[in-house]
Design a protein around this ligand. Structure first.
Ligand code: DGY
Length: 321
């Protein structure tokens, strides 16, 4: 009997797929960093029972209409704003994501960005690399303290809680805003629920972990940045589209806020000549929130386990639809 066919949209080392080889027939795009061209993807999904996608693949009506056998799309990310869930429903395709396994790693990255932006780490490291370091001076690369400051977390899900947990070690005053109150998190993490406006006005660090939806689209806009302290550091590890980047550039240039740490952008990959990349007070990373070897391994396993479950007629482990 022929095995269910899986197409993977990025090269993944064979060792991760070995446990599934008796059960599944796997084909993949053989390039690690280059996205699969649309025509190739459309040809491949015509035969596929399952698709293993990454967050930059658009899973939309166009693609699903070309995939008559498709039963499951396993997205290697916790976010799934690249997937048209309504179209999946219409085509009877289950969509899955990779929650939980990446929360701590992504929180690590969020806190690293917060620290890097506050203490001007990348700017200072570049100074040494460029052989510009000549002497020591009282305010040479002086940034701002983290210890004891007020942290505002927008979106208190698992990653938000991870950031709060780290902040307790820095004796930070933790406040958060979320669609619903999280009373248990408030107790566990000594976090205070505040309105979004209060959070923006009173936090020294504003970290956003909200998913990108119609409601959160460009929620960090000119009005939001104007409410923040001029000493505030803004960190985004969710999706670029929750920020109005033009407004952010203006806020950073005009000193409306002090600095930003950004792992995600409206358009990815961001071009090197984008105004944000050129700013000294912006630390820009290439969307590496969950990028540790341990976590990426777990994400691959979870995608493959979701696929194996659905194609064998079982419930998906982590469905989003
Ligand atoms: C995701 O998986 O959605 C996050 O962007 C982690 O980097």
């Amino acid at each position: 009997m022929s095995k269910p066919k899986v197409y993977i949209t990025r090269k993944i080392d064979a060792k991760y797929l070995e446990p599934y080889q008796d059960q599944l027939e796997v084909r993949m795009w053989e390039k690690e960093e280059e996205p699969v061209p649309k025509e190739t993807l459309y040809q491949e999904v015509a035969e596929a029972d399952a698709l293993f996608s990454v967050l930059s693949d658009a899973i939309d009506e166009d693609l699903l209409a070309k995939a008559p056998h498709l039963k499951v799309v396993a997205n290697m990310a916790v976010g799934y704003d690249n997937i048209d869930l309504e179209a999946c429903k219409q085509h009877d395709v289950v969509a899955t994501n990779t929650p939980d396994v990446l929360s701590e790693t992504t929180a690590d990255l969020g806190f690293s960005l917060l620290m890097a932006a506050a203490r001007r780490i990348t700017e200072a490291a570049d100074w040494v690399k460029q052989d510009k370091w000549q002497s020591w001076a009282p305010f040479f690369f002086a940034g701002s303290d983290i210890y004891g400051k007020t942290l505002g977390i927008v979106g208190m899900g698992r990653i938000g809680e991870g950031i709060a947990k780290r902040a307790t070690g820095f004796d930070m005053n933790i406040q958060y805003h979320n669609r619903s109150r999280k009373k248990d998190a408030e107790e566990r993490l000594q976090a205070t629920y505040v309105s979004l406006d209060e959070l923006l006005e009173t936090s020294d660090f504003v970290v956003t972990v909200v998913p990108h939806t119609e409601e959160t689209d460009k929620m960090f806009n000119q009005a939001a940045f104007e409410k923040m302290k001029s000493s505030a550091v803004f960190v985004n590890i969710s999706r670029g589209k929750v920020v109005d980047e033009e407004a952010l550039v203006h806020a950073l240039q005009a000193g409306e806020i002090q600095a930003a740490g950004l792992d995600v952008f409206e358009e990815e990959p961001i071009e090197a000549d984008h105004p944000l990349v050129g700013l000294k007070n912006a630390v820009c990373l290439p969307h590496i929130g969950s990028a540790s070897v341990e976590t990426r391994t777990k994400m691959i396993q979870l995608c493959m386990d979701n696929i194996a479950a659905v194609v064998s007629g079982k419930e998906a482990i982590t469905p989003v639809s």
